[in-house]
Design a protein around this ligand. Structure first.
Ligand code: OSB
Ligand code: MG
Length: 371
């Protein structure tokens, strides 16, 4: 049996510039602020996590500021010096704190890392992962037609198996159809980040024969009813991202048929324990799952990769190399795509740790919690 007694928790807030701006209709992301967490257990084992909330609430309501606040005021005090036998017990412990899923997720992750290290087994094996090699996919953000084509070309020659294109009401479906037809061996996803409405349903419908394997989050999370109507009228399956923040949301998606596929982002659902619960439900209901990205550093990516090794994760996720977004990632080792795949670690735990020498250059605040 494993005992995890939490002796100390350290938070570092960092701000790191992206190599190039990440542009969607919602936001231009130029730099990434994140909260990095380390949990020290009584035996000296260190577990890592990364809070994926953004600086402002453009993607979800959580931000770096609200997450720091929730961690400092409620989440960390409710677990410090407690003893856990399993990371799932953390969820029970913070049940009385409503939502703040991204803040909770990074702590849940650190506990899973400690747990797997104490079991002396790689995390992906602890959770029942089946595959040691994960297919990589990349996201091409909004830009000019020429720049987009160049980005797609270079992703495909680097071996990526799947390309996700950000779309909006003003994208040109004919143009995208032409591009997709040029690469018959590559899967193409579209991600609308909720840009469509009932009024522009006809525009969405014109993407139905563009050749996209799926369309991610066509409508905002407030419009699941419209999504269900549109899904019935279209062939291309919808994969829901922003709409899924809990197990219950997956049940509702299945019942209403507002989408047919789940995009898993562990931060959005509150951590790996919740993600595994959702995963079991999706297997039961024969709902395909794939793993979405959040412009993350190597720790969050490593947890995503562990999840992607599970049965039923049917499509390549948002898994680009560390060097795609960053001059230098903040982890040891970094994440590397080779011939379109990423190999999972063979060492115990999640397989990466924070690189403090690099982190020092980007820290904007730091706090340590003990007693
Ligand atoms: O909607 O999937 C999204 C990035 C930030 C927030 C939301 C999304 C994204 C991406 C990029 O699409 C995924 C990546 O990190 O590769
Ligand atoms: Mg998305």
């Amino acid at each position: 049996m494993v005992n995890i007694q939490i002796k100390r928790i350290t938070l570092h807030q960092v701000r790191v510039p992206l190599k190039k701006p990440f542009i969607t209709h919602l936001q231009h992301v130029m730099e990434r602020e994140s909260i990095l967490i380390e949990v020290l257990d009584a035996d000296g084992t260190i577990g890592v996590g990364e809070c994926v909330a953004f600086s402002s609430p453009w993607y979800t309501e959580e931000t770096v500021g609200t997450a720091w606040d929730a961690l400092e005021k409620w989440i960390i005090p409710s677990i410090l010096n407690k003893t856990f036998q399993h990371p799932d017990e953390f969820d029970e412990c913070v049940n009385s704190i409503k939502r703040h899923n991204m803040a909770k997720s990074c702590v849940n992750h650190a506990l899973w890392d400690v747990y797997a290290k104490k079991m002396n087994v790689p995390l992906w094996k602890v959770i029942g992962g089946k595959s040691a090699s994960i297919e990589a996919g990349i996201v091409v953000a909004v830009s000019t037609e020429k720049a987009m084509e160049a980005d797609i070309e270079s992703a495909i020659s680097a071996g990526y198996k799947r390309v996700k294109l950000k779309i909006s009401e003003s994208s040109n479906p004919q143009l995208l159809k032409k591009i997709i037809a040029k690469y018959p061996n590559t899967l193409f996803f579209a991600d609308a980040n909720g840009d469509f409405t009932e009024k522009t349903l006809h525009v969405l419908k014109s993407f139905d024969d563009s050749g996209f394997t799926l369309i991610e989050q066509p409508f905002s999370e407030q419009q699941n009813k419209i999504s269900a109507c549109a899904q019935k009228a279209m062939q291309t399956p919808f994969a829901l991202d922003e709409s899924i923040s809990s197990f219950q949301d997956v049940e509702e998606m299945m019942e209403s048929q507002s989408g047919k596929i789940v995009v898993m982002k562990q931060g959005r659902v509150g951590g790996l324990s919740q993600a595994l619960r959702i995963h079991r439900r999706c297997l039961e209901g024969d709902i395909p799952v794939w793993v979405g990205g959040m412009i993350e550093f190597g720790v969050s990516k490593a947890f995503n990769l562990a999840f992607a090794s599970l049965e039923g994760v049917k499509f390549p996720g948002d898994f680009s190399s560390s060097s795609h977004f960053w001059e230098q990632d903040l982890t040891i080792p970094t994440i590397d795509v080779q011939q379109g795949v990423i190999s999972l670690p063979s060492i115990p735990g999640v397989g990466v740790s924070w690189n403090h020498d690099i982190i020092e250059q980007f820290v904007v605040r730091k706090k340590q919690f003990n007693e």
